[in-house]
Design a protein around this ligand. Structure first.
Ligand SMILES: [Zn+2]
Length: 134
């Protein structure tokens, strides 16, 4: 980056362009892959649904394919995700890592502090996620 960078950040840009940059930065970070199933993602999903107080901030948003996004709806993340056949621990860790960056700035999402070692494994029916997002 050149010195233009600082000027760019202070630049007055149309809201729409600003929003696009914001969205783009999230898709970029995830390589345009759905955080949940790994397919191509062209929507952003609120990890904590807006209905449950989730904010439209970078680390509460992950790329999701239309299918996952529509499927998840307003359901709490872990309850929904772990019931899917593409439930995947490495991806779950990645999402945890992602939302923790936000959690460090917003301690009220205490469920995001679920330590990785407590991530359920094995039989999905025995998996009871720690979440207060209900
Ligand atoms: Zn998906």
């Amino acid at each position: 980056m050149t010195m233009d960078h600082a000027i760019q950040d202070a630049e007055l840009i149309p809201k729409r362009a600003s929003k696009q940059r914001f969205r783009h930065s999230i898709f970029e970070a995830w390589g345009h892959n759905c955080a949940y199933c790994g397919n191509y993602a062209d929507t952003l999903d609120h990890v904590v649904p807006r209905l449950h107080g989730g904010l439209t901030v970078k680390y509460n948003l992950v790329p999701a394919c239309k299918r996952c996004n529509g499927n998840k709806g307003h359901q709490p993340l872990w309850a929904w995700w772990m019931a899917q056949k593409y439930w995947n621990i490495p991806r779950a860790l990645r999402v945890l890592h992602w939302i923790r960056r936000q959690a460090s700035q917003n301690a009220e999402h205490s469920w995001a502090h679920l330590p990785p070692e407590r991530l359920p494994s094995g039989n999905p029916s025995e998996q009871v996620p720690a979440t207060n997002c209900q």
